[in-house]
Design a protein around this ligand. Structure first.
Ligand SMILES: Cc1ncc(COP(=O)(O)O)c(C=O)c1O
Length: 393
């Protein structure tokens, strides 16, 4: 990759991917990898999905891209599909190309609705790559919830009651990322989120659900916010909505859309027929194959398989098909990651833990194979770690 500026912050591990099929990708030497990262949460319906490929080919033969002053029926059809699954009936959608763009337009819309918006986020919220989302110097309030990870959720603890009282009354929006936790997979307690939502609403503020990672079935519901019994005013969708094709969607409730008559936002690839056609087909496939129900059902099974791995200090979190295994030891996690990669399994390694986001189409047999491999690696590496620790002691 001598011509590519490597600036993702991630080490390039496989430089020569040449083919793919379902949950697998293949390098140029024919080595097969099970993609348990779904290409960073994107290829939820698997690589080279035949229905998606057919839609892309069909759309290529008609119209792929249009300008601002003309459009195509598929764009409205896809918006209707999306609105029907979000429950924001009579709302409006804008199709864009990336998750960052979907969150950015919602943020700009929020700025249009109120001057100098004050935004509440959970302390580690990941909102995308744009400056207006990463620079949190002014007008942002970060709510600290890192001590809540093990909370069983049914009440608001004293610490939070105090913290909630200290939140300023002038917050105009809450951008909630329901379960991604900046890629660390964490599920804020329901009681806490409902309290925050009620607080912001009582101040007249808006709720934005950032579903770029958690949306479109990943958590065993269409959207992560549905685990919290809340209703957002705006929703950002990305990643899985395109199954690898770069399309994202900003969704506005009817009330918000009515207030955005004079709002201006334009990008060249806004409301492209191709992206809309792909998004529409993703939703059709998920419905036809009951992939939401499957994600919930398989998620329970896979979670208990991961929880039964034998390794001291191991903690496993999960919801639907989104899991994190925390080894409590960075070196051990890295060794397990390297061995998995060596034996043909791609997961994500962040610090002391591994993140696993299999495609929604993965079978129990495929995941079972992975767990068997992981289990023998963990047993081997775990005992090496224990030996090293006992020597140090
Ligand atoms: C929660 C969340 N929001 C937004 C984004 C930005 O999406 P994209 O990388 O498609 O721009 C990401 C990216 O990982 C994300 O995890």
């Amino acid at each position: 990759m001598k011509n590519i500026l490597g600036c993702t912050g991630h080490k390039l591990r496989i430089p020569n991917i040449s083919d793919s099929d379902g949950v697998y990708i293949f390098d140029a030497y024919g080595k097969r990898y099970m993609d348990l990262e779904s290409g960073i949460w994107c290829t939820s319906l698997g690589h080279k999905n035949a229905r998606i490929n057919n839609v892309i080919k069909g759309q290529l033969d008609s119209i792929m891209h249009v300008g601002f002053c003309y459009t195509s029926e598929i764009v409205d059809t896809a918006a209707e599909s999306i609105l029907s699954v979000t429950g924001l009936k009579n709302g409006r959608c804008v199709f864009l190309s990336s998750g960052s763009e979907a969150v950015e337009i919602l943020r700009q819309a929020a700025k249009h609705l109120v001057e100098n918006p004050k935004t509440l986020v959970l302390h580690n919220a990941e909102l995308g790559a744009y400056d207006s989302l990463t620079d949190r110097e002014h007008g942002w309030y970060a709510f600290e919830w890192k001590n809540c990870k093990e909370c069983t959720d049914s009440f608001i603890c004293d610490m939070h009651s105090e913290a909630l009282k200290r939140l300023p009354a002038d917050i105009t929006e809450f951008i909630f990322e329901p379960g991604s936790d900046a890629g660390f997979v964490g599920f804020p307690p329901k009681a806490l989120i409902q309290k925050l939502v009620n607080l912001i609403r009582s101040n007249g503020g808006k709720i934005i659900a950032n579903e770029v990672t958690t949306g479109i079935g990943r958590t065993g519901q269409w959207f992560g916010y549905q685990h919290y019994d809340i209703e957002p005013d705006m929703i950002a969708l990305g990643k899985g909505i395109g199954n690898g094709y770069p399309v994202s969607v900003a969704v506005f409730s009817e009330n918000v859309a009515n207030d955005l008559d004079t709002f201006k936002y334009s990008q060249s690839h806004q409301n492209d027929p191709m992206g809309a056609a792909v998004a529409d087909e993703v939703i059709n496939i998920i419905k036809d194959d009951d992939l939401i129900g499957n994600a919930a059902r398989k998620g329970q099974i896979f979670l208990s398989q991961l929880q039964s791995l034998e390794c001291s200090n191991l903690k496993v979190r999960g919801r639907g098909l989104m899991f994190a295994i925390d080894f409590g030891n960075e070196k051990l996690a890295e060794r397990v990651y390297n061995e998995l990669m060596e034996s043909g399994y791609i997961v994500c390694n962040r610090g002391s833990f591994l993140r696993i986001d299999p495609p929604l189409i993965i079978t129990e047999a495929e995941f079972g194979k992975f767990v068997d491999n992981l289990s023998s690696i963990v047993t081997r590496e775990g005992s090496v770690s224990a030996m090293i620790i006992s020597r140090i002691i």
